[in-house]
Design a protein around this ligand. Structure first.
Ligand code: DX5
Ligand code: ZN
Length: 217
């Protein structure tokens, strides 16, 4: 079966001790560091911005997986690339010219992803799936950590996996929101490649052990 990669979300980290949190991730088996950018417009919450991404990048020895939950994301691609993003993921719902947005991300030398809100059908990606490196299937409504996993996600993942296989796309399936060992195991069975986990990792007594366990769900 598919190997699971883990992308811990620093949204749930202790921001007053960010350097030690990043050091912990560096020493862990995490594959990426998931960085959630919220603008208070696309989602009803504000997280942090470019200076914090730069600070994370200065210490991180894992690739930054930047998830933009913002309107007009194209305006900021270059700044996020300079701040250290390896992958930039935009929301389908925030991009009226999605193909152009993906091209712009690739032109900067970054990997490009598309995120889908829980109500958005995976079928909307059919005509772009061969052009992207990852899909983030949101398993909660974006904006906050610590929310309950939405059950219909498993079905979406199976449907998306079928589209990826049928089209020969290289896109990886990343799941974001409410991931733990139980949901993670079922997501792996449904075809997920990458699990994002915020509160489950940073809320644990031993985050590194949780990251190991998520990789082995
Ligand atoms: C939610 C963010 C997630 C969040 C996940 O809008 O995109 O990345 O950090 O948090 P948990 O794992 O706590 O659901
Ligand atoms: Zn996210």
């Amino acid at each position: 079966m598919n190997e699971i990669l883990v992308s811990p979300s620093v949204l749930a980290a202790d921001f007053a001790n960010l350097q030690s949190e990043i050091t912990m991730l560096n020493e862990s088996s995490a594959d990426f560091i998931h960085v959630d950018i919220m603008d208070g417009v696309f989602v009803p919450n504000i997280s942090f911005g470019l200076p914090v991404v730069e600070a994370i990048h200065r210490h991180a020895r894992k690739p930054l997986d930047v998830h933009l939950m913002i309107v007009n994301p194209d305006q900021y691609f270059q700044q996020f690339q300079k701040a250290g993003a390896e992958t930039i993921t935009v929301h389908l719902e925030a991009c009226p010219h999605l193909h152009r947005s993906i091209q712009a991300i690739h032109e900067l030398g970054c990997k490009a992803g598309v995120a889908l809100n829980p109500h958005s059908s995976v079928q909307l990606l059919r005509n772009i799936i061969r052009d992207i490196d990852q899909v983030i299937v949101m398993s909660v409504n974006p904006g906050f950590g610590g929310q309950k996993f939405i059950e219909h996600t498993y079905e979406k993942v199976r449907e998306l996996k079928a589209i990826i296989t049928a089209t020969g796309s290289r896109a990886k399936i990343e799941i974001d929101g409410g991931v733990n060992l139980e949901t993670g195991h079922k997501l792996k069975e449904a075809g997920a490649d990458i699990l994002v986990a915020g509160s489950f990792v940073f809320g644990a007594d031993d985050p590194k052990d949780i990251i190991n366990k998520l990789r082995e769900v």
